[in-house]
Design a protein around this ligand. Structure first.
Ligand code: CAA
Length: 285
């Protein structure tokens, strides 16, 4: 019989973590959101409140529904608060060491049947699975930014994932109104493996003053119907995250398409991370 996921946990309340919490809470699930950094937890709470009140203003939710949605979310600072959940999604920054350590810790706290998922965009899910005592119950569950809007979830199965775990998490993702695709454990999975060659190329064109940033973006928006141009999208993703993804894919494949354009490192060093720092290719209020 298929597993039911009645309560869920999310670790990390950055851009992706907060979006994933919102996805779960919108679908009626109680969510325990763990963020060990209290200031980041506050930012996550503000993000969730802002997103919910935007939905009220746009007439998508009543004030009562928004209050109920926020009431389903418990923000905690200790992993021990995950003890009773059926599924955990890890959404901390892209560091294999930090994620591996976290998986080993969460493994000790949750029940033996709890499924552990990582929202990693390019790191090895197998490396995370083997740090736990339940490698067969670990999968990648990769959401896209903004998580409440983008329909895709990539489910990453490793060579040791139990097949019924993949089936159950796929059914769960579909119950969240997402489209789920299943892929093996290769850096970049499907969407990023295809997308980041293009984004990297756009960053190089910008670096070479091939065209202005506005015209590079307009070219893809109005010529190809993309919802946003590549430089605006890089600002949304975060230049640090984009750089990590490119580096990981390049290290695995040595495909020059993914060798990060030098401008990434320069902008990151200067603190220009995109929307989250107020400035990237563009400047934000
Ligand atoms: N959280 C929640 N909802 C949000 C949101 C957010 N951060 N941003 C936008 N929305 C919602 C709005 O509330 C609105 O909802 P309704 O239609 O229900 O009212 C809807 O999205 C459209 O928003 P806007 O009208 O404000 O703006 P828009 O039409 O210009 O769309 C966009 C904004 C959704 C970001 C759109 O430009 C888009 O889809 N861009 C492409 C994003 C993309 O490619 N993402 C993938 C990045 S790669 C990745 O994430 C993988 C990785 O590992 C890095």
């Amino acid at each position: 019989m298929a597993r039911e996921f009645r309560t869920v946990g999310v670790v990390g309340l950055g851009t992706m973590g907060a979006g994933i919490v919102e996805v779960f809470a919108r679908s009626g699930l109680p969510v325990v959101a763990v963020e060990v950094d209290a200031a980041a937890g506050e930012r996550g709470r503000t993000h969730l409140e802002a997103s919910t009140s935007r939905a009220v203003k746009r007439g998508k939710l009543s004030q009562e529904q928004a209050d109920e949605l926020l009431g389903r979310i418990t923000i905690a600072t200790s992993l021990s608060d995950l003890a009773g959940v059926d599924l955990v999604v890890e959404a901390i920054p892209e560091s294999l060491d930090a994620k591996a350590k976290l998986f080993a810790e969460v493994d000790k706290v949750v029940g033996e049947d709890t499924i552990l998922c990582s929202n990693t965009s390019s790191l090895s899910v197998t490396e995370l699975a083997v740090r736990t005592g339940r490698p067969g119950k670990v999968v990648g569950m990769h959401f896209f930014n903004p998580a409440p809007v983008q329909k895709l979830v990539e489910l990453v199965r490793t060579v040791v994932t139990e097949p019924d775990v993949v089936d159950d998490v796929k059914a769960f993702a579909e119950s969240l109104d997402k489209v789920a695709v299943v892929i093996g454990d290769r850096a970049g999975f499907i969407a990023n493996a295809l997308l980041f060659g293009y984004l990297n190329h756009a960053a190089r064109m910008y670096e070479e003053s091939y065209a202005s940033r506005e015209d590079l973006d307009a070219g893809m928006r109005y010529g190809c119907g993309y919802p946003m141009g590549p430089l605006a999208l890089l600002d949304l993703i975060g230049l640090d995250t984009a750089y990590e993804i490119l580096e990981t894919m390049y290290a695995e494949s040595r495909n020059l398409l993914h060798a990060p354009a030098p401008v990434f490192k320069q902008m990151i060093t200067a603190g220009l991370l995109g929307r989250k720092s107020g400035r990237g290719f563009y400047t934000y209020e």
